[in-house]
Design a protein around this ligand. Structure first.
Ligand code: ATP
Length: 275
């Protein structure tokens, strides 16, 4: 596809399965559903996870009416202008999930690099930036495991701007970016999604075995705010300021402050570049 194609018309279960098969015979690893409309693909998949859906279940939403970001925020998308999907992944017992959303970011940025887009960077903990503006958001939520003996499970939600949704309010639009800006001819929509799922499948398998630590260097290389002055905002504490030194082996942010190096674990924090 080019990003001008209408995703709402082209995405289909059969075409995604065929594209996954073409990506190294992966169709059997995923159970994909394409919804014409839903509130939030993460919410829908959470309900299926609670009912015992297997790992590899994917919901693709052509239209999301209440897409979600972190901290109660919304993710805005529009049919034909956005690619929004959620993947349920069940991990082996004992898997520690620290750094999971960062691992997902590295996988997706690498997948786009393979397609010829070289300048996507990562903003801690969960955003993909194109030339400093938000191209995609990742929302990882823990899902219940049907039996206590099973390992942890996560729902990995991804929203990517192909073009900027027309309904994006001006304040969000100013900080947003879209794949169309790159001018790179991308695969058609079903193949693009299959390519991203294949990258996630590989990364999540690796993450299950070895965690985030071996991925840290890949994250640091693509870090949007390396050694830049930043401010951390949360709902409770005064803003914290410092120099952003990237992440540690668990995916915690390292902030160099006047009081020394602080280690910030994900949670309810938003990061801003200082003016
Ligand atoms: P930030 O720190 O950038 O505010 P966050 O990590 O706290 O983000 P996210 O869950 O990553 O929050 O993203 C939600 C935010 O992203 C929204 O509050 C809005 O500002 C912005 N946003 C919503 N839809 C889009 C979109 N399609 N493209 C770019 N930005 C968007």
């Amino acid at each position: 596809m080019t990003v001008s194609d209408n995703l709402a018309d082209t995405l289909s279960v059969a075409a995604i399965a065929a594209a996954l098969e073409a990506c190294g015979g992966l169709a059997h690893r995923f159970d994909v559903d394409v919804l014409a409309e839903c509130d939030s693909s993460n919410s829908r998949l959470m309900a299926r996870a609670e009912a015992g859906a297997p790992g590899g279940t994917v919901i693709v939403a052509k239209r999301q009416t209440a897409g979600r970001g972190r901290r109660g925020r919304g993710w805005l998308s529009a049919p034909g202008e956005s690619l929004t999907f959620s993947l349920l992944w069940r991990f082996p017992p004992g898997t520690a999930l620290e750094g999971l959303s960062l691992a997902v970011g590295v996988a997706l940025v690498r997948a786009f690099e393979e397609l010829g887009i070289a300048d996507i960077r990562l903003k801690w903990p969960n955003d993909m930036l194109l030339r400093g503006r938000k191209l995609a958001g990742i929302l990882v939520e823990l899902a219940p495991s049907p039996r206590t003996a099973q390992g942890p499970a996560a729902i990995i939600g991804v929203g990517i701007n192909l073009r900027l949704p027309a309904a994006l309010p001006d304040d969000i639009r100013a900080g947003a970016a879209a794949l169309a800006e790159t001018g790179v001819a991308l695969p058609e929509a079903n193949h693009l999604l299959a390519h991203l799922l294949a990258a996630l499948q590989q990364q999540l398998t690796d993450f299950s075995a070895v965690g985030f630590a071996p991925l840290r260097a890949g994250w640091q290389q693509r870090h949007a705010h390396a050694d830049r002055p930043v401010r951390l905002l949360d709902d409770v504490n005064p803003p914290r300021e410092g120099i952003c030194r990237g992440v540690d082996a668990q995916g915690a942010l390292l902030l160099e402050t006047a009081d020394g190096l602080q280690r910030i674990i994900s949670g309810e924090v938003s990061l801003r570049l200082q003016a």
